[in-house]
Design a protein around this ligand. Structure first.
Ligand SMILES: [Zn+2]
Length: 75
């Protein structure tokens, strides 16, 4: 789900986070996960979200859990 590496100097899109972003993802993918983590994006209009290593890992964990639930539901 990672759309690629991020240019140097791009900051993490999470409000209050000052880390440099290392991953860029689509808003659609991460918005739900971020709200579950209690995190907010600094820009609602952006189509691309930039996440630092720390937040990327947290989001990935949530998404992985959701995918597991989905699989169970469809069984
Ligand atoms: Zn961050």
């Amino acid at each position: 789900m990672c759309l690629g590496r991020v240019d140097r100097g791009v900051g993490c899109s999470v409000v209050g986070c000052v880390n440099n972003a290392s991953h860029s993802l689509s808003v659609k993918e991460v918005l739900n996960a971020l709200s579950k983590l209690g995190l907010k994006l600094s820009s609602d209009s952006a189509r691309r979200v930039y996440l630092c290593e720390e937040h990327y890992k947290a989001v990935k964990k949530v998404l992985r859990k959701e995918r597991m639930y989905e699989r169970w539901r469809f069984r």
